[in-house]
Design a protein. Structure first.
Length: 278
C-alpha cells in the first residue's frame, strides 16, 4: 500500500484567493482507481484542484474495492471509483456522505491481433464464452477493482465459471495487467483510457466493444466522521464540489483529445445516469 501512496500531486497554491490556512493543515487523501492514475487524468486534475482550492492531495491508487475499503476504515477522505453496485452497498452502510456522478468511459475486450478465440466484433457475453471454450489465456486483474467486478459480471452473463490454467490473475492494476496480457498473447478486459495511453507498447487490439454492458461509470464519494475521526469532511467536500463543477468537467472532457483524437472520459456531472451511453 505504501508504494501506492503518491504525495504532493498538487502544486503550490497560487496567491490569488487562497485561504491562509497552512498547507500542511489542508491536506486530504483521495482513494481512487488505478485507471485514473495510469491514464494520466490525475496529473491533469489534481494540480488544478490545488491551485483553485489550496488543498494538497495525497493519492492512493488502488482497485475500487480497495478504495472503498480504505473509506470504510476512515483511511481516506474522498473516493473516486467505478464499481457502482459496490458503491451503492457501501453508501447504504452509513459511513459515507454524498455520492455524485462524475464521468464515464467504457470497457473494451482486448486480445492478440490474430484473435485465436475468434471474438472480434462479438458482443461481450459471446466473446467471453468463446474465450472460455477455446481455453485461450485470459488475464484477470483479480483485485476486486471496478474492472474485475465488471469482468465477473460478463462471465455470469456468458454462463461461464472461469478457472484452470487458461484463466490467470495478476492481482495488480490495469497497467501491469495489460503488460502481462500482451506478453502472454492473451485476452483481458480494460478501461479504454488506460489501454489508449499504453497501446503503443502492447501487442493487443480492441476486439469487442460498444455494447451497453461495457459502460464504465465513475462517482465521487465524500467520507464523513462516521467512518473515523481522521476523516476530513471539509477536504472531501471541497474535492467533490470541485470535480463536478464546470471548470473540472471541461478539463475531463478535453483530456486526451490532443494526443488520441478523442476524449478519454466523458464528463457527466448533473446528467441522468440511467440515460448514459444512449
Amino acid at each position: 500500500m505504501a508504494a501506492a501512496l503518491v504525495a504532493g500531486c498538487g502544486t503550490t497554491p497560487s496567491s490569488g484567493g487562497t485561504p491562509s490556512t497552512p498547507a500542511a493543515e489542508k491536506s486530504l487523501i483521495l482513494a481512487t482507481t488505478t485507471s485514473t492514475q495510469d491514464s494520466g487524468l490525475l496529473d491533469e486534475l489534481l494540480p488544478a484542484f490545488t491551485r483553485d482550492s489550496g488543498w494538497q492531495v495525497k493519492t492512493l491508487a488502488v482497485g475500487s474495492g480497495q478504495a472503498i475499503e480504505l473509506g470504510r476504515r476512515g483511511e481516506a477522505d474522498v473516493l473516486l471509483v467505478h464499481s457502482p453496485a459496490a458503491e451503492e452497498e457501501f453508501v447504504a452502510e452509513g459511513g459515507a456522505g454524498s455520492r455524485r456522478l462524475v464521468m464515464h468511459n467504457d470497457f473494451v475486450l482486448l486480445g492478440p491481433p490474430d484473435d485465436p478465440a475468434g471474438i472480434r466484433g462479438r458482443k461481450s457475453p459471446e466473446a467471453m464464452k468463446r474465450i472460455a471454450d477455446a481455453r485461450a489465456v485470459f488475464v484477470s486483474r483479480g483485485d476486486e477493482s471496478g474492472t474485475h467486478a465488471k469482468e465477473k459480471t460478463l462471465w455470469t452473463k456468458a454462463a461461464v465459471t472461469p478457472g484452470g490454467s487458461w484463466y490467470q490473475s495478476t492481482g495488480q492494476g490495469m497497467g501491469e495487467t495489460l503488460r502481462v496480457t500482451s506478453e502472454k498473447a492473451g485476452y483481458t478486459l480494460s478501461d479504454r483510457a488506460t489501454y489508449l495511453t499504453q497501446r503503443d507498447t502492447l501487442e493487443l487490439k480492441v476486439l469487442s466493444e460498444g455494447d451497453p454492458g461495457l459502460l464504465n461509470v465513475y462517482h465521487v464519494i465524500e467520507m464523513t466522521k462516521k467512518a473515523g475521526d481522521r476523516v476530513r469532511p471539509d477536504g472531501a467536500k471541497a474535492f467533490a464540489d470541485w470535480i463536478v463543477a464546470p471548470a473540472a468537467q471541461q478539463l475531463i472532457g478535453a483530456f486526451g483529445t490532443a494526443k488520441f483524437g478523442q476524449p478519454l472520459f466523458t464528463p457527466d456531472a448533473g446528467a441522468d445516469e440511467a440515460k448514459l451511453g444512449q
